[in-house]
Design a protein. Sequence first.
Length: 180
Amino acid sequence: MVRLLAVSGSLRQASSNSILLRAAERLCPEGISITHYEGVGELPHFNPDLLEDPPETIMALRSIIGQADGLLFSCPEYARGIPGAFKNMLDWLVSSEEFPGKPVALFNASPRASHAQAALRLVLDTMSARIIEEASITVNLLSSQLSAEGIITDPVMGPLMGTALDAFKRHLDNQNLLGC
Ligand SMILES: Cc1cc2nc3c(=O)[nH]c(=O)nc-3n(C[C@H](O)[C@H](O)[C@H](O)COP(=O)(O)O)c2cc1C
């Protein structure tokens, strides 16, 4: 069983990115478990002064990241960039032991969000994450109002997501076989 941790870059109640991650959970092919990290909006502002004795919420974040075999991110674009709350979470993970080398699949709910996606890739690369291209997908949920059920039963989005999750599992299984 591979354990994925899903994190949405949007704090919005009806977020399309969060719905996309919920759809991934509902679709969840055999051999994958997906849990959601819901604490992005609760984290304190990043301050390097606090790194020596990080707040409890940050220790909990690091622990849950450490327990995941792979991360599933879905992040919107705000003002051509990464939303502040999500970047704040990443800043807390820069100097962590748990994050570097972590496999990441990037889900994206908007084909328009190209600046944020590019910025996110640069940040993740800088943080030594491993972006798994075959598990990274863009779907178009802009103004679609689709529910998680609507996404997984969509004739294009459902199979695209299934293929991406299968590819992520295959990658993680191979990685475990190689012992890295
Ligand atoms: C303050 C603000 C700034 C935004 N800036 C951009 C932008 O630069 N480019 C873009 O494609 N969409 C932009 N959007 C649209 C959001 O990315 C879009 O509404 C997206 O669906 C939000 O993600 P969510 O549904 O997961 O909350 C912006 C939205 C807001 C509220």
